[in-house]
Every structure is written in structure tokens, then in C-alpha cells.
Design a protein around this ligand. Structure first.
Ligand code: FPP
Length: 261
């Protein structure tokens, strides 16, 4: 976005930003690396868990806005495989928060028509957190308005390793030949096999890395990085990201029309 455009957008109210969106050009699937909870808390001399707690409010708001706009899939990176290396106290607080979220939010997710699923190596999760996750997945399995996928104990390389293992097993069982393996086939073995690839990936807190998130799936995804810390990433910030996404789409169209005969 050029400086003139972005300062113009900065002056707009949330309602004006929403009005600028083109409904036909919205992404179908938004993925988010929710980063900066710890820094948000540290800036306020609060314990890190206070940042994670505030971050849950941002998750809620993303769900609400996606539902309002008709965005069909939202995938959030809640806990990476690398996050197991954090201090044990923070890990157990995060797991406790996950249980709290699922226990208090389940009824609302059902009411809103949200199907919750998880991706990752969930067998590493504490038994009680896993129970809450499985219960929420079962109870929302019939819903279809918004597909909310929570990546937990997730790693993109591990996902590809798991897919390769399954493919090799099929080969060993005599059900697969080398020539049968193509991109579509690999896609069938990914955790996200029944979701479209993300159209837009957002990462908050100023970091500009993919950090092992949806490695296969983001091959053609638009990337959006913002300095805003995750607990501060609310409706306005999502609308700005969507407008930037739409601007890129439109420019892509113009380039194509310029070069076509
Ligand atoms: C990154 O911030 C955030 C996480 C590792 C956890 C994200 C979890 C939540 C928002 C709450 C749980 C979510 C759900 C869906 C129930 P960081 O701690 O790495 O921040 P820092 O980089 O500033 O230290």
C-alpha cells in the first residue's frame, strides 16, 4: 500500500473500513500466527499468561468478524511443537487456558455454527486438555458456517513427515505406486486435507517468518505482517489486513490485463 493510501485508510472508522471491502474478493480461508502475547503482557508488567488471556479475546473477535463477512475457514496457530520448550509453568498455564476456552466457549461456538477442529500431534497434549478438544470437535462436527482449525502441538515439517509415513505405508501394502504420487495425492494426507489452502496468512508482532506453519499449504498464500501485538489485533486490524489483501488481488488483475493481447 503506498503512503497516501495507507494514511487515508488510517483515518477511516471501522464502519468505513468494512464498507470499503468487496464481498466478492474476500479470502475463503484466513490463517493466523498469533504472536506477541508475551510482549503485550511484559509492556504492562503483567505475567505472560495475562497476554495469552487477552489473546483469547482477539480469537473471539476473529471468529465474529469471519462469521459476519462469510469467511468460511479460519486457522490459528495456538501452540507449536517448539512451544514445548517453554518453561513448564507457561505450558501448563496455556493448556489450562485452552481447557478454559473450550469449556466456556463451546456453547457459543455451537450457537454460531462454528465447527472446531485441531491439527497437530495431539497425543503430546495433557489428557484433560485432549478430552476437552475431542469433546468440542465431536459436538461441533455437524456445523458448517465457519471451519475453525486450531493448530496445537503443530509443526509443518512434522505434518509432511506424517503424510510421507502414510504414503509409504500404502506403498508397503501394495496400494500405491511411485507414479501415483503427485501434489494432489500428498495433499490428501495432510492434516488439512479437507480445507482449501489459506488465501491470506497474517502474522502479528512484527516477526516476518513462517515458523513452520502450514508449510505446504502457504505456497501461493498472500502474506501479511503487522507490528500489532496479538492481543491488540482486533476487528479494525483484521479489516486493514483484508483491505490490503484485496488491494493485492486487484493489482494482480491489472498486471494480467496489461500483458494480455
Ligand atoms: C505467541 O505469543 C502466542 C502463543 C504461543 C499462544 C497463543 C495462544 C492463545 C492466543 C490462547 C489460546 C488460544 C486458543 C485458540 C484457545 P508469545 O508468547 O510467543 O509472545 P512473545 O513473542 O511476545 O513472547
Amino acid at each position: 500500500m503506498d503512503t497516501k493510501d495507507s494514511s487515508a485508510v488510517d483515518q477511516l472508522s471501522v464502519e468505513e473500513l468494512a464498507a470499503k471491502l468487496e464481498p466478492d474478493l474476500l479470502p475463503k480461508h484466513v490463517a493466523i500466527i498469533m504472536d506477541g502475547n508475551g510482549r503485550w503482557a511484559e509492556l504492562r508488567s503483567l505475567p505472560r499468561i495475562a497476554g495469552h488471556r487477552e489473546g483469547i479475546k482477539s480469537v473471539r473477535e476473529m471468529i465474529t468478524v469471519c462469521l459476519e463477512l462469510g469467511i468460511h475457514a479460519l486457522t490459528v496457530y495456538a501452540f507449536s511443537q517448539e512451544n514445548w520448550n517453554r518453561p513448564i509453568q507457561e505450558i501448563s498455564s496455556l493448556m489450562g487456558l485452552l481447557e478454559y476456552y473450550l469449556s466456556t466457549e463451546r456453547a457459543k461456538l455451537i450457537e454460531q455454527g462454528v465447527r472446531l477442529r485441531t491439527i497437530g500431534r495431539l497425543d503430546s497434549l495433557p489428557a484433560s486438555a485432549l478430552q476437552w478438544v475431542r469433546a468440542a470437535e465431536q459436538e461441533t462436527a455437524h456445523l458448517d458456517r465457519l471451519h475453525l482449525t486450531v493448530a496445537l502441538s503443530y509443526g509443518g515439517r512434522a505434518e509432511i513427515v506424517d503424510a510421507v509415513r502414510e504414503l509409504l505405508q500404502e506403498a508397503e501394502d501394495g496400494k500405491l505406486q511411485p507414479d501415483d504420487v503427485d501434489e494432489a495425492r500428498i495433499q490428501q494426507y495432510l492434516y488439512t486435507h479437507d480445507l482449501p489452502d489459506p488465501d491470506l496468512l497474517i502474522r502479528t508482532s512484527g516477526e516476518t517468518r513462517i515458523s513452520n506453519f502450514l508449510l505446504w499449504q502457504v505456497a501461493y498464500t498472500e502474506l501479511y505482517f503487522t507490528p500489532t501485538l496479538w492481543p491488540d489485533f482486533r476487528r479494525r486490524e483484521l479489516l486493514l489486513a483484508l483491505l490490503e489483501y484485496q488491494r493485492r488481488e486487484r493489482r494482480f488483475g491489472r498486471v494480467l490485463s496489461t500483458i494480455s493481447p
